[in-house]
Write a protein that binds this ligand. Structure first.
Ligand code: ATP
Length: 444
């Protein structure tokens, strides 16, 4: 059941606290492009850093890559995107709205007298579906002609395939091994929406794992469990996630098998990661189109083959949205509604707020000293504006797990209180011990 109020509240919190703003807002906004503010950029960066650590640094068999957004247009011909990366588009001649041809709200058959527009309700006004390519086109160089068309990449994966031999040779890896990449991708979506869920510019974290044909099913199983475990490790509630296996009719043109990892967003269950067995589809297409041999010689088995690929592809923005939705809580505390983001401390944009209880009797000076000492080691925030209750509430909404408060006693005996965001309990400890105490609890 869609919960629009919950989503509206989250969008408004994101703006108020500086997580996410609408792009070009002062000009009325740009359709489904969003900008990450001071807290949002930290949160998303923590997600990406954690992915990179788990996928690249923590493993010997995965290498990193950062390929260009613009690539030879031949890449997209070979990959099948020029011909096949399309959605069916339907127009209403009456109200001029556009829909995906498979929009479940459409009644009847578009292009036929019974086809009914889901917005204005007119019958027989929907055009027959026509295929619309989702790739953004632009021109390379000063002349706007067909020969200079290039595309903004709709996925990061192709940058990995075309560099597969370079990485293999430079890193001296052996199959099985993987290449990981984080970067922007662009899709001219027909019906973007649901905040940062479906946008036209977004960030992907993709890993392509190259394996011997015949071992792909085993690796596919391995990676889908590994990826689910990673999401659980972020603190997302397991009961809000599930696998969705693709039925044969649902599979993308390149895939032999696919599982989505779905999260129960306030607008329903939806994919935020896909794990695909892409076989040798991509490498064989690139081998054929480029004329460059992409086969691997397996010394141990003394055989040559084109590797199969198991892909894990997750959106940094959709993961951030799942985290925000999962962390958002409203609760009653002393007769008032408290809004709190229960983000895992390792992911929280600000790890600790440092607050003088009142702005006198040496408290602000001592709080500043503590703040200056912590800054550079952790993301901390000094706040002396407004009542202590209001300052705590602002930090609860920002998801800050700890608040270090300097009070009257602090100035006397050098101790401070540390308030826990979730339990609201307070510990008293020596100001000198705060840095180590926090470091232990917010470690990535
Ligand atoms: P959908 O069916 O929702 O359009 P998809 O199956 O086309 O997604 P993939 O091509 O498998 O998605 O892309 C992998 C991941 O990239 C998705 O799970 C999602 O997290 C992210 N992603 C894809 N399209 C978008 C988008 N328009 N906005 C934000 N993230 C996206």
């Amino acid at each position: 059941m869609a919960d629009t109020t919950r989503m509206e509240k989250l969008v408004s919190l994101c703006k108020r606290r500086g997580f996410v703003f609408q792009s070009s807002e002062i000009y009325g906004g740009l359709g489904s492009v969003w900008d990450y503010g001071p807290l949002g950029v930290e949160l998303k960066k923590n997600v990406k850093d954690r992915w990179w650590r788990a996928m690249v640094h923590a493993r010997d068999d995965i290498e990193g890559l950062d390929a260009g957004i613009l690539m030879s247009p031949r890449v997209w011909e070979a990959s099948g995107h020029v011909a096949g990366f399309t959605d069916p588009l339907v127009d209403c001649k009456q109200c001029k709205q556009r829909f995906r041809g498979d929009d479940p709200r459409i009644k009847g058959t578009p292009g036929q007298p019974d086809g009914q527009c889901p917005v204005c309700g007119s019958r027989g006004t929907l055009t027959a579906p026509r295929l619309f390519n989702l790739m953004f086109k632009t021109f390379m160089g000063p002349v706007e002609e067909d020969a200079s068309v290039v595309y903004l990449r709709p996925e990061t994966a192709q940058g990995i395939y075309v560099n597969y031999l370079n990485v293999l040779q430079a890193s001296r890896q052996k199959i099985p091994f993987g290449i990981a990449q984080i970067g922007k991708a662009f899709r001219n979506e027909i019906t973007p929406g649901n905040f940062i869920f479906r946008t036209r510019e977004f960030e992907q974290m993709e890993m392509q794992f190259f394996v011997r044909p015949g071992t792909d099913e085993e690796w596919f199983e391995f990676w889908r469990h590994e990826r689910m475990a990673w999401h659980v490790g972020l603190g997302i509630r397991p009961e809000r996630m599930r696998f969705h296996p693709h039925a044969p009719g649902e599979l993308a043109h390149y895939a032999k098998a696919a599982y989505d990892i779905e999260y129960e967003f306030p607008f329903g269950w939806n994919e935020f990661e896909g794990i695909h067995d892409r076989t040798d589809f991509d490498l064989s297409r690139h081998q054929q189109a480029s004329g460059k041999k992409l086969e691997y010689f397996d010394q141990e088995r003394n055989e040559k083959y084109l590797p199969y690929v198991v892909e894990t592809s997750v959106g940094a923005d959709r993961t951030t949205l799942a985290l925000l939705c999962d962390a958002y809580h409203e609760e009653q505390v002393e007769g008032e509604t408290r809004v709190v983001l229960r983000l895992a401390p390792a992911l929280a944009p600000i790890k600790a707020a440092v607050l003088p209880l009142v702005n006198r009797e040496g408290m602000p000076e001592m709080a500043k000293r503590i703040h200056d000492d912590l800054r550079g080691r952790l993301t901390v925030f000094f706040d002396d504006g407004g009542s202590i209750g209001r300052r705590y509430r602002r930090q609860d909404e920002a998801g800050t797990p700890f608040a270090v408060t300097v009070d009257g006693q602090s100035v006397q005996d050098g101790t401070v209180t540390v308030r826990h965001r979730d339990s609201l309990l307070q510990d008293r400890l020596s100001a000198d011990a705060v840095a180590a105490w926090l470091a232990e609890r917010v470690a990535p």
